[in-house]
Design a protein around this ligand. Structure first.
Ligand code: AHG
Ligand code: MN
Ligand code: MN
Length: 338
């Protein structure tokens, strides 16, 4: 029987076709440990009375669940001492956390959403963690907040953990997108889903349709055409899914294709959109592009955006390339002068 490689073997023995810096391997192993520990907290949350909300709100004004706070603490506790980690940027923490005094160019910066889809906790549905890794740029003055504002194309690694029926870790270090399942008993992450790819065409979309009345015309047009089915302009029946956890929706798209939308709309435009650029949109855009898909705001490639703040929000359209390109086309047509 062929041995299924562990995460460590995958990262160190050239499965990835590219030599990965050993300090990045340490950091990825720390991220994997944090995710393993968070999976246990989630599994035991009901026994420990940890599924509910706290009295606090995060910097985004959202009520924090107890597990949002715990997952954040575990990421910081486990990853902050990784040998070359300089900074952590968390959805749940207002300021950048600097983990060492002497910051050098090339040191790593870890961006993370410790618990994604936390409204699913009460109802025992899938949640996840999302992360991205970048490096401190050349010429950094050390502990400079602007250094964390790098664009998505500068990510050296992106990934997520999904706490579903099984716990999975899916990541890319710039080439393939590979999925690892946490083996019950040993706790090892092992390569069960090598080289994940997104089919170019799809007949499945994911959007929170309760926001229809807020959407711009291009998104309404896309949705109307999809639900018109075989007799509509698309000439085929579409399926719709929405899990309210970006990790679970993106995981489905990486597995069987589809398109995910959290667009700008009349209710979220002032905030810039709903999802956060640096620890939700950017890592998912890198994963989706490396799996053969595309990721856009409707007008711009997400990975090209130059961030203005580390909690910045953006509109997100990502998944199968042909659908994302169609949506970009609808946005351009609507924006063109009559
Ligand atoms: P988080 O739990 O980290 O705040 O993220 C939730 C996000 C994302 O995972 C999901 O796609 C979306 O918010 C759900 O939004 P709705 O509640 O509007 O469906
Ligand atoms: Mn999230
Ligand atoms: Mn979150």
């Amino acid at each position: 029987m062929t041995e299924i490689p562990s995460l460590r073997r995958f990262l160190t023995v050239g499965y990835n076709k590219k030599q990965i810096d050993s300090d990045l391997v340490f950091l990825l192993e720390d991220v994997a440990s944090a995710c393993r520990v968070i999976a246990n907290h989630i599994r035991n949350g009901a026994f420990e009375g940890k599924l509910g909300a706290t009295d606090d709100t995060n910097v985004q004004g959202e009520t924090q669940k107890e597990l949002d706070v715990i997952a954040n603490e575990e990421f910081v506790r486990i990853c902050a001492h990784s040998p070359r980690l300089a900074a952590l940027v968390s959805e749940e923490v207002d300021e950048v956390i600097w983990s060492k005094d002497e910051v050098e160019a090339g040191d790593y910066m870890l961006y993370f959403d410790p618990l994604d889809g936390s409204s699913n906790l009460d109802v025992n549905l899938s949640v996840g963690s999302i992360f991205a890794i970048m490096q401190v740029p050349e010429g950094s003055a050390g502990q400079a907040s602007r250094d964390v504002l790098r664009k998505g194309l500068d990510q050296v690694c992106a990934g997520y953990a999904m706490y579903g029926p099984s716990t999975m870790l899916v990541l890319t270090t710039g080439q393939s997108v590979d999925g690892f399942t946490c083996q019950h008993g040993t706790g090892d992450f092992r390569l069960t889903h090598p080289a994940m790819t997104i089919p170019e065409e799809t007949a499945e979309f994911a959007i929170n349709a309760s926001r229809y009345g807020f959407w711009d015309a291009p998104v309404q047009r896309y949705f109307d055409e999809c639900i018109a089915g075989k007799d509509g302009p698309r000439g085929k029946a579409f399926n719709m899914r929405w899990t309210a956890s970006m990790v679970a929706d993106v995981h489905r798209i990486l597995t069987r294709g589809g398109v995910f939308l959290y667009p700008a709309d009349a209710a979220n435009r002032e905030a810039g959109g709903k999802l956060r650029l640096m620890y939700e949109a950017n890592p998912m855009a890198m994963l989706v592009e490396n799996a053969g898909g595309a990721a856009s705001t409707g007008f711009e490639r997400i990975l090209d955006l130059k961030p203005t703040g580390h909690h910045q929000r953006v509109p997100v359209i990502l998944g199968s390339k042909a659908e994302v390109e169609r949506l970009i086309g609808y946005h351009q047509t609507a924006a063109a002068p009559a």
